[in-house]
Design a protein around this ligand. Structure first.
Ligand SMILES: Nc1ncnc2c1ncn2[C@@H]1O[C@H](COP(=O)(O)OP(=O)(O)OP(=O)(O)O)[C@@H](O)[C@H]1O
Length: 234
């Protein structure tokens, strides 16, 4: 089977210091690969490198069978990869939710009417159709997360790169997010510190430590709930 993404011997340095050292990974159709590791290990850097946002010091990066080194190589392939940024405010830039979710489909060549229909369908599938008229910068953190995901899913990408998708998301929106990701038929790379989420969604995992990427195991932890105890005043 041909991998969708293939990295070999990939080294990325910042100010001469390697953040990723000879990283290798392959992502196949329907793979749900979790990348775990401590703060500052290079997880975000890895995702940014895959879409050509970081200069590569050494190694080979192949997307959908095409070796990629220059911006000209990456640009036509980016619509096939939906990248959820760690910070939603870096991703949302249109005045309203509907306009923001339409942006990707419009960029992919859909007409305005088709893009709106696609955006509404995607927002409804995520259970957030009621947000379509809202001003994006006034949404809650969790709502922003789901709107960003809607913007990516509306492009019908083949691969999702998700950087901390559950960050700041409450139980109800978290359930919507998990349902949408479980239904997603493409492949994904999932960066997350949320162990329950990783155990539920990922099919395999890799660990980044000291700039090195290695295979890891997914451990399923017992589920925990926090129940409020209300004590009526005596
Ligand atoms: N723009 C930048 N300029 C200089 N150094 C940076 C920059 N962005 C990240 N770094 C450094 O590169 C290293 C890897 O950062 P990265 O954001 O990839 O880590 P991460 O594993 O995603 O961390 P976290 O779990 O905290 O999100 C860190 O040491 C970080 O301080």
């Amino acid at each position: 089977m041909i991998p969708l993404l293939s990295l070999t011997g990939l080294t990325v340095a910042r100010a001469g210091v390697p953040v990723l050292r000879e990283a290798a990974l392959q992502l196949f159709p329907r793979d749900r690969l979790a990348i775990v590791g401590p703060n500052g290990a290079g997880k975000t850097t890895l995702l940014r490198t895959i879409v050509g946002l970081e200069p590569v010091a050494a190694g080979r990066l192949v997307l959908f069978g095409q070796p990629c080194t220059t911006e000209r190589d990456f640009r036509p392939l980016r619509p096939r990869i939906g990248f959820l940024f760690q910070d939603s405010d870096d991703q949302l830039f249109c005045p309203t939710v509907l306009e923001d979710v339409c942006f990707g489909p419009l960029n992919c060549g859909l007409s305005p009417a088709e893009a709106e229909a696609r955006a509404r369908e995607t927002l409804d599938a995520l259970g957030i159709g009621h947000l379509e008229g809202r001003v994006t910068h006034r949404l809650s953190g969790g709502e922003k997360r789901l709107v960003c995901l809607a913007g990516l899913l509306a492009m019908r990408p083949e691969v999702l790169l998700l950087d901390e998708p559950t960050n700041g998301v409450d139980a109800a929106n978290g359930a919507r997010l998990r349902t949408a990701l479980a239904a997603f038929e493409g492949a994904m790379i999932l960066v997350s510190h949320d162990e329950g989420f990783v155990a539920e969604i990922a099919t395999r995992a890799m660990l980044i430590a000291g700039g090195r990427l290695s295979e890891a195991e997914i451990h399923v932890h017992p589920h925990m709930h926090v129940h409020p105890h209300l004590h009526p005043k005596a």
